[in-house]
Design a protein around this ligand. Structure first.
Ligand SMILES: [Zn+2]
Length: 171
């Protein structure tokens, strides 16, 4: 007669305890990285089974989440009950999920003066110093002789700008 191996015994024989404290599922792993075990003919998530073996039934609607973020891990000490929201929140906190909310938060962080590339705002004092540096003999244009032709062009340029402003103001 075939000996019926109790679930607990069968279960823990599939677990490999690793040095970091995680108990990794050494049997079948699904595409999401979670371990699977057949219980009473039904395939169950192994970390959920671990939770049930250690603490009893999981209340309906609740998820078993990983503190260690290691989906293969079935160490009951690393598991906690949570809602789907908790799990998503947990994932967002740990940077696993890039939800629109998370991205919005990120872009908020990169806005304006929060952005590491934000242009420095100069104080009045600094502005004064800078404008003085460009003035008179300090100016890069100092001593440049302008030809009559250049002067005419500049005058025309100003005229055009004034015309443009007039048009804008009249609108
Ligand atoms: Zn773990």
């Amino acid at each position: 007669m075939k000996r019926i191996v109790p679930l607990e015994e069968r279960y823990w024989s599939k677990v490999k305890k690793s040095e970091n404290g995680c108990w990794e599922w050494a049997a079948s792993i699904d595409t999401h990285g979670y371990g699977h075990i057949k219980v009473d003919g039904r395939l169950k998530l192994s970390h959920r089974v671990a939770y049930e073996l250690a603490f009893g039934t999981i209340p309906e609607g609740l998820l078993v989440c990983h503190k260690c973020d290691n989906r293969r891990c079935v160490n009951p000490d690393h598991l906690f009950l949570g809602t789907n929201d908790d799990n998503v929140h947990d994932a967002v906190v740990k940077g696993r999920l890039h939800t629109p909310q998370y991205r919005a938060k990120l872009s908020q962080r990169m806005k304006g003066s929060n952005n590491p590339c934000f242009r420095k705002v100069y104080s009045q004092e600094e502005r004064k110093i800078m404008s003085e540096q460009r003035r008179g003999t300090n100016s890069v244009c100092y001593g440049k002789k302008r030809s009559e032709e250049d002067k005419r062009k500049m005058r025309e340029g100003w005229k055009r700008r004034k015309e443009r402003l007039k048009v804008i103001n009249e609108k």
